[in-house]
Design a protein around this ligand. Structure first.
Ligand SMILES: CC(C)(COP(=O)(O)OP(=O)(O)OC[C@H]1O[C@@H](n2cnc3c(N)ncnc32)[C@H](O)[C@@H]1OP(=O)(O)O)[C@@H](O)C(=O)NCCC(=O)NCCS
Length: 204
């Protein structure tokens, strides 16, 4: 299955909010408190404002399968305060709002979006992809471990945020991943052979 990643356009905000609400309902149906109002999850209008700003800054991306939107990710160098140290932030890009449409779950779209974050990280000359995951959601932690991340630590206990499980993966660890190689091609597309200048051999 071919997954293509493109920058989010401003009119993708409704799509991204729809994905967030779809997965929030999915989480609630599984009995998880992730993203719930009771557990201080972001209200949807606040989420929309944050993503809108990220899109305007070119930090948000859409995964497409056969031209249909299948997921989203935001990647930048900001995180909630007191999660990562300044040195950690300076050497990483941070993943936010990774969501895959349920219709495309289990097909590797999430891994492909994470690999895209890794390719962006390498392009910026940084070494770590980092993210915070919902502290109590151990199934989500398992997902990140299977995607090659390791738990750096759980921030707190003084942190009020419910998303304090800090995961990270070093850039060197991605290099052989097939999805990473695809992501590099997205960012630096191969020039078709016909577009290279023809150089005659300098002999004879
Ligand atoms: C995380 C996510 C983007 C991965 O998408 P994907 O690559 O298509 O992978 P899947 O959706 O098939 O998830 C893989 C496994 O992790 C589990 N999982 C993923 N996110 C989970 C979550 N938030 N809570 C509990 N389990 C979760 C899935 O149930 C699935 O389990 P299974 O293999 O037993 O079926 C997608 O599952 C998603 O949108 N999850 C909800 C939103 C979320 O938590 N985003 C991360 C925020 S830090």
């Amino acid at each position: 299955m071919t997954v293509q990643i493109r920058p989010a356009a401003l009119d993708d905000l409704n799509l991204i909010c729809r994905l967030r609400q779809q997965r929030a309902s999915w989480l609630a149906a599984r009995g998880s408190d992730q993203w719930s109002a009771e557990a201080s999850g972001l209200p949807i209008d606040f989420f929309a404002r944050v993503v809108d700003r990220a899109m305007a800054a070119g930090e948000t991306w859409i995964a497409e399968v056969h031209g249909e939107p299948a997921g989203t990710i935001t990647v930048n160098d900001r995180a909630d305060t007191q999660l990562w140290t300044e040195a950690e932030l300076a050497d990483s890009l941070i993943v936010h709002y990774l969501i895959v449409d349920l219709r495309y779950a289990g097909q590797g779209v999430g891994r492909r979006l994470l690999a895209h974050a890794a390719a962006l990280t390498q392009t910026r000359g940084r070494n770590w992809v980092r993210l915070d995951a919902w502290t109590s959601n151990t199934d989500l932690h398992t997902y990140y471990r299977r995607a090659g991340f390791r738990l750096a630590r759980v921030a707190g206990p003084d942190r009020p945020s419910p998303s304090c499980a800090l995961f990270e993966r070093h850039i060197d660890d991605w290099l052989m991943d097939e999805s990473f190689i695809d992501s590099r091609t997205d960012i630096f597309p191969m020039t078709p052979l016909g577009h290279y200048p023809t150089v005659s051999p300098a002999f004879g």
